[in-house]
Design a protein around this ligand. Structure first.
Ligand SMILES: Nc1nc2c(c(=O)[nH]1)N[C@H]1C(S)=C(S)[C@@H](COP(=O)(O)OP(=O)(O)OC[C@H]3O[C@@H](n4cnc5c(=O)[nH]c(N)nc54)[C@H](O)[C@@H]3O)O[C@H]1N2
Ligand SMILES: Nc1nc2c(c(=O)[nH]1)N[C@H]1C(S)=C(S)[C@@H](COP(=O)(O)OP(=O)(O)OC[C@H]3O[C@@H](n4cnc5c(=O)[nH]c(N)nc54)[C@H](O)[C@@H]3O)O[C@H]1N2
Ligand SMILES: [Mo]
Length: 771
């Protein structure tokens, strides 16, 4: 008789029931009532019981030996030796103590950017931060890779980052009142599969469908048809040129005399500066539709018609997060805000703007404000940080000086890198440069579930459990569900959860009581649940007792009675509801940003040519603009070793989408392996020839595990289709220092050599037994 159990749990890609037979996960069934479940749920059994899992604590071979510098220049090129847990923990504790003693807390880098898994208690990065904080602090990272430019610039313009992070104007208001939605970057439904922290239902996708079904006019301006849902219109645009289109639309409104000067005067400052610039009074170049047509590839008449549509009916402007993950990314958002303010519907139901509807599953989902359970991380006494994407710069230039948000800062001297819940060899740009940076620290410690490229570039790798192997509570700031995540199976291999690992390390360092506060896993779940329940009771939203929540599997948070409209209060009474900006109003010109004196981010939105775009001199040599968008079959690098992602590959490589004209000119046919290259690197991908991408643009999703053919050779060919060997490690500006993955020029050619085997999923451990 086999033993079958059904256990409720959750992931960033949706809640599901784990079906467990004889201790193995055999099936994952999306939660009943989820209107648009993601296929990623179904691949969970293969993801959890996977050959690429880290089975045992492992140490890089020359880190154990007597090589000078412990052979750190061979990181990423060596195999690992399995060691018993106690030995591995002793080594890590001793390294943390030594580096603290010899070099100080700031020399430990624990920024550890990354998504980790769903679940608020076992959130890996939070566990690491708590552990390092109780020991005296560390160097951290601020912002995120998703919308770093927005995080820095929006407080100057809007006084907060709500417009990019939520709550934004809710879908129900758009459904009831909006007649025209113009979406720069489109509405990529692929991306709506995901919500950070845990997702009870794909409700955003449902709302979007209602809007399309209601016949509201939706115009998607994007290089890719995949961003255009059925029922919406598609206009193609050259990547990174949206700012020019937006400025030209302002020009049309000015020409037609329909700018909402009353709103501008009451609720904004600095419109005169933007108008002077758009009219060309500042630089002699009027930003007309004809001017923008030459830059964007959009038709001048189309730009005029779109602009006119904005004022003739209730209209809404959306700009996806991708727009600001690009060179001068601050400008596209500032221009979108200026355009929406000029059109005049900001603060009216179903009108105005949002930054990132459809970039994540539940942006705009109507939901009452609520406190989610979360792990308290304590305080970091060092105050040491870097902007998230300056990771290579930090390691390569200790003591180097740089500008950030108007301040002069200095890079710390990092001796120990500790990563837990993130994958810099997935997320960072210019991986060949990151390989060099990772040779600098004395020690690199990683907790991982899988042999990712980051784990391979570490010295000590500790195997971590997945969410199926522990108890947790799932929740996000945008989802309407709090989710009980029950342990379904015993840890795979010798994996331990991060909390247990840090507890064991804290014990060795004399910090156990401070770290655990005397609580075990279930003790912590009860505590963080009770803290959230207390805060929500005070808001008139009582939660059930923990035990009944745990047994029921979830709590559903009520929707809103009325649609939420961003800046509704400001519009009604700006004096009573000031924004947190110097003027209390929307700053279309910011004297503070202007005072930074950065030519790449002056005091109001401007068109500045990116270093890499189809109009750049470099396009003569590298004539294709590569977009490395989010993948359909996984979350970043997560799940890449599982069936769903692997079944979509071509000859084992990531698919790259290329227009038929571009393919024909290069002798590329569908299904062929191609080499994508520029001066920074080269990668092998599988060609998909399709008119769904505009000519001059290719799309290569992020997330194929970095798989260098010759790991120690600088600039090695990547065998697997990872776009970050091609992207530039170049900041948006010295104001935000944000990443610019979407500004990359490349060339593509048929690959005629013998196909190297993809080895990214083979554990680099000599004695590992295939599961
Ligand atoms: N070219 C290009 N690059 C990009 C982007 C792009 O558009 N183009 N987008 C960027 C964006 S928006 C983002 S958010 C980043 C994402 O970058 P990351 O968040 O770093 O990517 P993930 O693959 O989600 O990495 C999370 C890692 O944590 C591990 N993990 C999960 N759960 C646990 C756990 O419980 N314990 C431990 N110890 N580990 C765990 C997973 O196995 C995985 O390897 O990528 C960025 N990079
Ligand atoms: N399935 C899945 N969903 C995800 C993720 C995932 O890994 N997998 N990751 C999640 C995360 S962490 C994030 S941050 C979000 C990211 O959300 P976004 O940043 O919005 O996502 P991207 O996929 O990078 O880009 C969306 C689309 O923008 C278009 N685009 C790119 N550059 C430009 C441009 O300059 N102009 C115009 N007009 N269009 C452009 C591209 O065609 C692309 O398909 O997605 C989330 N959703
Ligand atoms: Mo992201």
């Amino acid at each position: 008789m086999s033993d079958i159990r059904r256990v409720p749990t959750a992931s960033h890609w949706g809640a599901f029931t784990a079906v467990v037979r004889d201790g193995r996960l055999v099936e994952a069934i999306p939660r009943e009532g989820d209107p648009y479940p993601s296929d990623m749920v179904r691949t969970m059994p293969d993801a959890v019981h996977n050959r690429a899992r880290v089975a045992r604590p492992s140490v890089r071979r020359s880190w154990l030996g007597n090589a000078p510098d412990r052979g750190r220049e061979r990181r990423g090129a060596e195999d690992f030796v399995a060691v018993p847990w106690d030995e591995a923990l002793d080594m890590v504790a001793a390294e943390v103590a030594r580096v603290r003693r010899e070099h100080g807390h700031e020399s430990i880098f624990g920024g550890s950017y990354g998504w980790s898994s769903a679940g608020r208690f076992h959130h890996a990065k939070s566990q690491l931060h708590r552990f390092l904080n109780v020991g005296g602090g560390f160097t951290t990272q601020v912002q995120n890779y998703s919308y770093a430019a927005a995080i820095t610039i929006l407080p100057h313009i809007l006084g907060s980052i709500d417009a990019v992070q939520g709550p934004v104007s809710s879908w129900d208001g758009i459904l009831q009142h909006c007649r025209l939605m113009i979406c720069f970057g489109g509405l990529p439904r692929i991306n709506m599969q995901i919500e950070a922290g845990g997702m009870g239902a794909h409700e955003g996708r449902d709302w979007l469908q209602k809007i399309l079904d209601a016949g509201i006019r939706v115009v998607c301006i994007t290089p890719s048809k995949e961003d255009v849902p059925d029922g919406a219109e598609w206009l193609t645009i050259r990547p990174n040129t949206d700012t020019a289109a937006m400025l030209a639309m302002i020009h049309v409104l000015l020409d037609d005399g329909v700018v909402d000067h009353e709103f501008l005067a009451r609720c904004t400052v600095g419109a005169d500066r933007v108008i002077a610039y758009v009219e060309g009074r500042a630089d002699g170049v009027p930003k007309t539709p004809d001017w923008a047509a030459a830059i964007t590839g959009l038709d001048a008449d189309t730009i005029r018609a779109l602009a006119r549509g904005l004022t003739r009916q209730r209209s809404f402007i959306n700009a996806s997060w991708s727009l600001q993950r690009a060179d001068r990314g601050e400008q596209a958002y500032w221009a979108a805000i200026a355009l929406a303010c000029m059109a005049g519907h900001v603060g009216l139901p179903g009108g105005g703007f949002a930054l990132g509807l459809a970039s994540l599953g539940n942006m705009g989902v109507p939901r009452r404000g609520m406190t989610s359970p979360r792990l308290p991380m304590g305080m970091n006494p060092t105050g040491s940080f870097i902007p998230v994407a300056r990771i290579s710069d930090m390691m390569l230039t200790p003591g180097g000086r740089y500008r950030y948000d108007g301040e002069d800062l200095t890079y710390p001297d990092i001796r120990l890198v500790y990563w837990c819940g993130g994958n810099p060899f997935h997320h960072h740009q210019d991986l060949n440069r990151l390989v060099q940076a990772f040779r600098r620290p004395e020690t690199v410690v990683v907790h991982e579930q899988y042999w990712t490229a980051t784990a391979r570039h570490a010295d000590i790798v500790l195997p971590a459990t997945t969410t199926l192997e522990r108890n947790d509570i799932g929740a996000s700031g945008r989802d309407r569900f709090i989710l009980a995540m029950h342990k379904a199976i015993e840890p795979v291999g010798e994996a331990r959860d991060d909390f247990a690992i840090f507890t064991a390390l804290a014990r060795r360092l004399g910090l156990e009581e401070a770290f655990t506060e005397g609580l075990d896993e279930m003790g912590w779940l009860r505590r963080i649940y009770a803290e959230a329940a207390g805060a929500n009771a005070a808001r008139g939203m009582p939660f059930p007792e923990f035990d009944s929540f745990w047994a029921a599997g979830h709590i559903e948070v009520p929707p809103l009675d009325e649609p939420f409209t961003m800046f509704g209060d400001l519009r009604q009474d700006p004096a009573a509801h000031p924004l947190n900006t110097p003027s209390g109003l929307i700053e279309l010109f910011s004297a503070r940003v202007a005072s930074f004196g950065d030519p790449h981010c002056p005091g109001h939105p401007v068109w500045i040519e990116p270093d890499e775009w189809l109009g750049a001199p470099l396009a003569a040599r590298y004539p294709l603009h590569m977009l490395s968008h989010q993948p359909k079959t996984r979350l970043h690098g997560q799940l890449d070793s599982a069936e769903l992602s692997r079944s979509a590959k071509i000859h084992g490589r990531e698919p790259v989408h290329i227009h038929p004209e571009d393919a024909a000119r290069r002798g590329i046919s569908d299904g062929m392996v191609v080499r994508v290259f520029n001066d920074r690197g080269a990668t092998l991908a599988g060609a998909v020839v399709t008119a769904d991408v505009m000519p001059g643009v290719i799309r290569l999703a992020t997330g194929a595990w970095y798989d260098p053919a010759e790991p120690v050779a600088p600039g090695s060919l990547d065998k697997h289709g990872n776009p970050n060997v091609l992207t530039a490690d170049r900041p948006t500006s010295a104001v935000s220092q944000a990443p610019t993955a979407h500004s990359t020029l490349v060339e593509v050619e048929p690959y005629r050599g013998a196909l190297p085997e993809v080895t990214a999923f083979d554990p680099p451990v000599a004695d590992i037994a295939a599961e």
